[in-house]
Design a protein around this ligand. Sequence first.
Ligand SMILES: [Mn+2]
Length: 261
Amino acid sequence: MIEAAEALRVIGEAQAELAGPLLNPRYEDRVIFVGDTHGAIDVTQTVIDKFFDDADLIVFLGDYVDRGSKSLENLGLIASTLLEDPHRTIMLRGNHESPLTNPYYGFTNEVTEKLGEGSYEKFKEFFQAMPYAVVVNDYLCLHGGIAKGMEHVSEIASLPWPDLNPDDPTAFQLLWNDPRDVIDEFVPSVRGKGAYYYGTEATKTFLENNSLKGIIRGHEVVDGFREDMGGRVITVFSSRYHGGKAGVLILDKGKMERITV
Ligand SMILES: [Mn+2]
C-alpha cells in the first residue's frame, strides 16, 4: 500500500513518462486490461500482485479517482507501477482525470484533506498530460470510445495537448462517449453536451478504415464485462462500488480471458 504523501511524490515523477495524446502501437503476447477502478485500490493491488509478473503489458483504461476514500492512493499505486516499469505499463486518461468531475465526485476534497489546500493543482498538471489512447494488438484502447468526425486513429496524435478539461471536442468524446448496438452512427448522449453514443455502422467503418480488430474501453458500470456490436467493442469495469464484480481482461496470444476479482 502507498501513503498519501508518497502518492503525490510518485505522481510528480511519473509525469515524465506520459508521452503525448497517442502512444505508439504495441504488439505483445500477454496483455492485461484494467477498466475503471475509481479508488478501488484493493482491486488494483490484487491485479498487480496476481497478474503483472508474467504479463508483457498492463493497460489501465482510466477513471482511477472520484469514489470512496482511497482515490489518491489508487492513483499513486498505478503511477508507481508506471514509474517502476514504464515499458510494461500504460496509464490512459479517463473522464474523471479532470477538474470537470473532481470537485463534484470527491477527489478534490480527498486531496485537500490529505495533502492540504492548493495541492489539487499538482494533479491537474498530471491529468492534462495523460495519453488518451493506444493501439495494442490491433485493438484501440481508450476510456470512452470513437469520436464523431474522427476517421483515423492517427488524428489523436495531433489533438491539443496538454488539454485540461479537455476542451477539444474530439478529445472530450474519446473520454466520454459510449457504444450502443441499436444505433448506426452518432447520437447525442445523456451524459451531457458534447458527448455521443457511437453506433454499429460508425464503429464498423472506423475499425475497417484503421485495420483494427476492436475497441477495448471502460467508462460504463457493468458487472465485469460487456460486449457490444458482436464483440467488436469490449467494456471492462474493475471497481466494486456498484456492488458487482471487478473484471480484468487478459489477451494472451489472441485468446481472451475474462477474469473477475
Ligand atoms: Mn468514465
